[in-house]
Design a protein around this ligand. Structure first.
Ligand SMILES: Nc1ncnc2c1ncn2[C@@H]1O[C@H](COP(=O)(O)OP(=O)(O)O)[C@@H](O)[C@H]1O
Ligand SMILES: [Mg+2]
Length: 348
């Protein structure tokens, strides 16, 4: 009998998207073929401890429940009481699937760590992950490539805050403010007038020392899934997010059950769909990404397509946009995971 592929699912993590990650990991673990894969869960707590969860399944309502009392914690820093020989990760697993979102998980940090250990992993490497995470840097690179993005300015915490009127003169009103490195709409605000200016900037600065201020783009929110590598990169049909809030805020995403609905495929003219698919692949390759990403767009009333952002490890629950888009293209959830694990293994 052929040896099973030993997969470590890294989940949880230190970002605001900890819970989404636990849910994605649960769905992935339940979907993979047990005849082919032997999976082990490694949970990362919000304070950064790596916990060995093994193949046990403790389920909370949504996702996996991390066993915080497990004495077998892994690696490296002073937060962990019991050291685990990290070098063994390479002997223990054929591939790691870091199902982690946001800072520390999706920004190249964990990817660099795994690279140092010599363990093959699924998803973008250090550079693609880091570029995809930093909205300011990603936008500058996309702009240099001629990919349409919203006009924006970058602000650093230590610099004096520019006058509201100067920014409005440049970018108009309303404005959007967001931390450069975040996700899930945390710290994202729409600014309607000067009364909200300092208040919203201060909030965005809570999450990063660098923030961006953008012109408001009035348009539909369209997302496109990307799968593959290099010349073999493919894009799915686009899907639409229809938020019932003023924008696709944290509440609309996670708190309000009716905050948004998804429409797949998005009802768009054929030409617009093709532009989006082409631009999704172009964005993915320009930002040096690998294996998977979700590229998010605005489509204006006049049909103009604008890239908003890339997510190098998009939500991966069975109801998330990324797998749903591939399902629509004839790739079921389980096959999608097979392909992603294969990409990781092929790099090993
Ligand atoms: N320039 C903009 N114009 C209009 N809406 C925006 C703009 N930027 C962000 N938004 C709204 O805020 C949401 C979150 O912003 P986004 O840049 O996607 O950050 P995150 O990484 O937190 O998802 C978007 O889905 C959209 O609804
Ligand atoms: Mg977004």
């Amino acid at each position: 009998m052929e040896q099973k592929v030993r997969v470590a699912l890294l989940c949880g993590g230190q970002s605001a998207e900890h819970e989404v990650s636990l849910q994605s990991a649960k769905n992935i673990a339940e979907a993979v073929n047990p005849a082919v894969y032997d999976w082990t869960l490694i949970g990362i707590t919000k304070d950064g401890r790596w916990l060995w969860q093994g193949g046990e399944r403790q389920n909370a309502a949504g996702g996996f429940l991390l066993n915080e009392n497990n004495p077998k914690t892994i690696c490296l820093n002073e937060k962990n009481l019991v050291a685990f020989d990290c070098g063994n990760l390479k002997q223990l697993f054929d591939v790691v699937f870091p199902v982690l979102h946001g800072p520390f998980g999706e920004d190249g940090a964990v990817q660099g760590f795994l690279k140092m250990l010599g363990v093959p992993f699924v998803g973008s490497g250090i550079l693609g992950s880091a570029l995809g995470m930093d909205k300011a840097v990603a936008k500058k690179i996309l702009r240099a490539e001629g990919i349409p993005i919203a006009h924006f300015v970058t602000l650093h915490k230590e610099e004096p805050i520019p006058a509201f009127s100067a920014i409005v003169g440049k970018l108009g009103l309303p404005l959007f403010v967001k931390p450069a490195n975040m996700g899930s709409s945390v710290g994202v605000h729409k600014i309607h007038g000067e009364d909200e200016w300092l208040w919203h900037l201060d909030d965005a600065f809570l999450y990063d020392t660098k923030i961006i201020i953008e012109e408001y783009i009035e348009g539909r929110e369209i997302e496109c899934a990307v799968l593959g590598n290099g010349a073999k990169t493919e894009a799915s049909c686009p899907g639409e997010i229809i938020a019932s809030h003023e924008f696709y805020s944290y509440d609309a995403k996670y708190i309000d059950g009716n905050g948004a609905r998804i429409e797949i495929p998005a009802k768009l003219p054929v030409g617009t769909t093709e532009t989006i698919r082409k631009m999704a692949i172009q964005t993915f390759l320009t930002l040096c990404c690998a294996d998977l990403s979700r590229v998010d767009f605005f489509v204006k009333k006049d049909g103009q397509v604008i890239v908003n952002e890339i997510n190098t490890m998009p939500g991966f629950t069975t109801i998330s946009m990324y797998p749903k888009l591939w399902e629509q293209c004839g790739i079921p959830y389980r096959t999608l995971i097979d392909r992603l694990i294969r990409y990781g293994l092929d790099r090993g």
